[in-house]
Write a protein that binds this ligand. Sequence first.
Ligand code: NDP
Length: 346
Amino acid sequence: MTEEIRKLVIAGSGVAGLSAAVYAARADLDPLVLEGDEPGGQLTLTTDVENYLGFPEGVGGMELILRGKEQAEQFGAEFQHGSIEAAGLNGQPLELSLSTGDTVYTWALIVATGASARWVDAENEDELMGHGLSTCATCDGAFHRGDDVLIAGGGDSAMEEAVFLAKFADNVTVVHRREELRASKITADRAREHDDTEFARNTELVTIQGSQEDGVTGATLVSHPNGYPREKYEAGGDVATEDFGVGGVFYAVGHEPNTDFLRETPVDLDKDGYVQTADTGDAWATTATATDGVFAAGDVMDREYQQAVTAAGTGSMAALDVEDWLESAAEVATDSTEPIATEADD
Ligand code: NDP
């Protein structure tokens, strides 16, 4: 048995992966896009995207993704279900073991696996996730018409979710662990405009009550005027405790990069697991990692901006960087789809 070696595999089908796919397909790199565990990525969980260039009236997140996929397919990108479970990245060709059981060989890999919603670590969250506890207000908000709901987080996502939930819920309480919000003024002001939205500052969620049959019924909150009450509570300190009757709890406390499959590889990750791209030397920026043939784009390598438009930008950069690399890497450039022998040939 022989295996084809792909020129390029793109792991992830969010806006970064799709943008890379459009550029790579147009450059005849025949990219294979692995759609990942959350096909379409974070944008599929968003209603209206108002700040993506070229859509003055806004565009639905899902629509933007579907149109991007259509665009990539139109140029010849191939899409396949599944994600990378293990990767052999110590030499060429790169070897990718997929969740589908398949193994794919490739000269170049663009990691565009994004970042997934972080959890708070409240008691009962494992049991109640999907049963009144959610990480996506735009997906699950409509289930909470007439409920009181609580959102954990103080960033832009929490503010956006508060605005969205105010359409359905009777009361929305935003629970933030310190006094100052992390959110920008514009998103915070939008959340504050709603009379039925309240802010519980210096407050954290420690327990969620309910069951899978009845859904979420309440939450226990702790607060302390100096902020970060949970660590004081866990250390046995003097914090105020309040039981809160709510029908839904939403987490909006940031994201974790999806890089578990890179942990045993030579690809450099920072302390939080984000992919580190290589020292650029005299170039302004690069999407190349220090590992030959491995590139990264989107939220998985950008912990700073994490915007759809920047993810699209780094996706296109990664495809251009791969194109250059394939041209300059002598052992690859000669015959990039030459079959290789696998152990099954013996
Ligand atoms: P952020 O990292 O910006 O905010 C996370 C929030 O959750 C912070 O307030 C943080 O508190 C809090 N938090 C984190 N961990 C915990 C925990 N364990 N328990 C309790 N609270 C916790 O994430 P976002 O998802 O809000 O935003 C990500 C990026 O996307 C940002 O750059 C943001 O600007 C951008 N964005 C922009 C939007 C827009 O412009 N329309 C919309 C949505 C997102 P603390 O502040 O104390 O660290």
